[in-house]
Ligand binder design. Structure first.
Ligand code: DGJ
Length: 731
């Protein structure tokens, strides 16, 4: 039984094949957290609620309780504001009295097979035999708030998901100030590290690990998107955790808007993790009878270190988050014209690139920014989604037909959520842009952000996209987003609802994406936000791939893709081979290495192919063949990070191992060459008892030898050289 309730001890135990999560209905009906970690057999874990602090000044329910209990020292399952728990709150509700005191107690629960949907929001999904769900209804008996905590446990892959629904069960309005999606109180966090992924444009998801300290460490976004600056992901791991051993807990929010993820270590050495919508700039008014659903949080535990944690995220996201026909179908190798032409192109230039691409084995042309309105630079045109026939003579229909005649698919770029100040749309509908009364509107990249909470804006965008889709054979859309939200007010909302705009924006975006995918179910969407500024699980529900970064330099990508792989699989990371010197960092790297690094994602090219030499074209041809050969291994295999560029600084290596351990693909890249005659990379994830042949050298060794003694890189390799080895089991 994956979810059990011990009615005598009032304990819930949620087991996957590898993990247990345990909570208890404690004194006065307060939910107490008892345990999260490796699978354990016992259910009687009441002893874990014991705490030895007896300081009389701590708030209690009553002075003369039979057993000592204080909300400030016990491990609380879902912390509330203002009634004695002084650590971070998951829930804070402003009552009609104007006070934010919030206090919830157990009322009832349900356990069932499968997983409920989150209305209007992306979330993981599961068949009835894949996952089980516990719903616990709690109530604040004073304010009338009814709070349902949802827990789903994925039995085989070991992940858990959580979300929360708050219903106003009173006859007065109430205002939600904080509704976080998950709260986990760890008993002992003394030897833990805090990991997060920070960044910037061109430097997304940089890996940072530091000891968890007393007080709160947090990452957040208030930019209206999950952002380049921080990913909605944190992990706690034991100090001794490596890639393959030690405790690792990962938390990721299925949300593409403002988030908060924090870990707070208290003086008793415990720690509270909170993750959910960022309370700063948020409030939500609930009228009597109305409900609010907080986004889903994903929680992963592994005792196989950070690598084990990542592999659970990867399996969950590949199998239970990405959806639609492209979930399992091989993605086309694409050529994107952005770095080849920027805004300077016409249909003949695109056709020439497509023609060369088709001769080399590339399968789709993506026409990037600049095909519409008066868009000859970043200064104008966003919002005017009609084709610029000065550039694309004969229109999109003719161009797509010509490209299709080459045997290639056609994809197109949009940035639907934006409007240029210099555009027909903004002149006609200035009120459609986010803005607040009397305040100057900040401008970024010469554009404003449309108010996606407005149905009329969404209808306009749907019609524009539909018009393009219905008049040309479009297989793919790159959905871009190039600035953050500022002055986030909506002309349609009352003053007391303006703090809802950020979340309503996100809900509006989800609605539009769903509407487009329902109308065009075969469409392949690729998310993008000035590179990887919105790379989060919410997007993966709509688009199974996301442009990882505008930095296409192969060496920079080692760092970016390493960080991204902490929770997102290769099948979701857009990665392209671009020209040298690289446009972002001016570095020259071998074409071979650019291909080997981009192969660790959804593969493509982003350069003017017509300018390649014959020798380079031959390399591209071989890379396209390799992509098909290794597609399944890379996209569905298990990732083992072998050498971290964040640690080693002179090299990086990783491998993909087939689920049945019958083969592996190892990639090794030199960042800074030295005078090493030989270097040995110890592999991981193979079957120790099977023998594997290195297809490049013919050497046959046992899995245990490859993993303990390592694979020998025999040559002297120079800066930016790389090697790929395919190991195949021979018994
Ligand atoms: C930012 C994206 O990340 C680029 O790939 C490109 O599409 C440009 N926008 C176009 O404006």
């Amino acid at each position: 039984m994956p979810i059990q309730f011990d009615s005598e001890r009032q304990i819930f135990k949620l087991d996957s094949q590898t993990t247990s999560y345990v909570l208890q209905i404690g004194q006065y009906g307060y939910l107490l957290h008892l345990y999260y970690g490796a699978l354990i057999p016992d259910t009687d874990l009441s002893y874990l609620s014991y705490t030895c602090t007896h300081a009389s000044q701590l708030p209690r329910v009553e002075m003369d309780q039979p057993v000592y209990f204080s909300k400030d020292v016990h491990r609380m399952e879902y912390s509330c504001n203002g009634c004695g728990d002084f650590r971070g709150s998951a829930l804070s509700i402003l009552r009609s009295t104007g006070t934010p005191d919030t206090d919830i107690q157990y009322v009832s629960h349900k356990i069932y097979a499968g997983k409920p949907k989150l209305p209007g929001q992306p979330a993981t999904y599961a068949a009835e035999d894949e996952a089980d769900t516990l719903e616990i209804l709690c109530k604040d008996h004073v304010s009338g708030a009814e709070v349902t905590l949802f827990y789903t446990v994925f039995s085989v892959c070991g992940a858990m998901t959580r979300h929360v629904v708050v219903r106003n069960g009173s006859d007065q309005p109430m205002e939600l100030q904080r509704v976080l999606s998950a709260c986990v109180d760890f008993h002992d966090a003394n030897d833990m590290d805090f990991i997060h992924l920070y960044g910037n444009w061109g430097k997304e998801r940089s890996f940072e690990r530091s000891p968890l300290l007393h007080g709160t460490q947090s990452v957040a976004s208030k930019r209206g998107c999950s952002s380049h600056a921080h990913n909605p992901f944190i992990a706690l791991c034991s100090h001794d955790a490596t890639e393959e051993s030690g405790d690792a807990y990962g938390f990721n929010l299925v949300y593409t808007g403002n988030f908060l993820a924090s870990a707070e270590m208290d003086s008793d050495g415990g720690a509270r993790v909170l993750i959910g919508i960022n309370p700063e700039g948020f409030s939500w008014r609930l009228e009597p009878g109305e409900s609010f659903c907080a986004p889903e949080a994903v929680m992963v535990y592994s005792n196989e270190g950070l690598g084990g944690m990542s592999r659970i995220f990867h399996r969950l996201y590949r199998n239970n988050l990405c959806r639609g026909p492209w979930k399992n179908k091989e993605r086309p190798i694409l050529i994107n014209n952005w770095e080849a032409t920027y805004f300077k192109f016409d249909e003949e230039k695109l056709y020439d690139i497509a023609k060369t691409a088709s001769e080399l084995g590339i399968e789709m042309l993506v026409m990037d920014d600049g095909w519409f309105g008066s868009r000859d630079s970043a200064r104008s045109g966003l919002g005017d989604w009609f084709v610029n026939e000065n550039k694309i003579k004969g229109g999109l229909g003719r161009l797509t037909e010509r490209v299709n005649a080459l045997g290639m698919k056609f994809g197109i770029w949009f940035e639907p959520e934006m409007v240029s100040r210099d555009s027909e749309l903004f002149r006609k509908h200035p009120e459609w842009a986010l803005q607040t009364p009397c305040r100057h509107m900040s401008i970024a990249r010469y554009q404003y952000v449309l108010d996606m909470s407005r149905p009329d804006v969404r209808d306009y965008l749907f019609d524009c996209i539909k018009n393009v889709m219905d008049n040309a054979n479009i297989a793919y859309i790159k959905w871009d987003f190039n600035r953050s939200l500022t002055e986030a007010g909506s002309a349609l909302l009352e003053a007391n609802r303006q703090q809802e705009v950020f979340h309503r924006y996100v809900l509006g975006l989800y609605e539009l994406l769903e509407r487009i995918l329902t109308a065009y179910p075969d469409l392949l969407l690729e998310g993008c936000a000035s590179g990887g500024g919105r790379f989060d699980p919410a997007w993966l529900y709509y688009s199974p791939q996301f442009w990882t970064s505008d930095d296409t330099d192969a060496i920079e990508r080692l760092y970016i893709q390493y960080g991204t792989s902490l929770c997102y699989p290769a099948s979701t990371m857009g990665a392209h081979v671009s020209a040298c010197p690289n446009h972002q960092v001016r570095r020259n790297t071998p074409l071979e290495t650019r291909g080997n690094v981009a192969m660790a994602g959804t593969f493509g090219y982003e350069l003017d192919l017509t300018k390649l030499t014959d020798e380079e074209k031959e390399t591209v041809r071989r890379q396209c063949t390799d992509y098909h050969k290794y597609y399944d291994l890379i996209h569905n295999g298990d990732l083992y990070r072998l050498i971290s560029p964040w640690k080693d600084h002179s090299r990086c290596a990783w491998s993909y191992v087939a689920a049945d351990k019958s083969e592996a693909l190892v990639t090794y890249v030199v960042i800074r060459g030295g005078v090493h005659e030989r270097y040995y990379v110890r592999l991981a994830g193979l079957d120790a008892d099977r023998r594997y042949r290195n297809e490049t050298t013919g050497q046959v060794l046992a899995g245990s030898t490859w993993m303990n003694a390592g694979i020998c890189i025999p040559e002297v390799l120079h800066d930016y050289d790389s090697r790929v080895y395919h190991l195949v089991a021979v018994d």
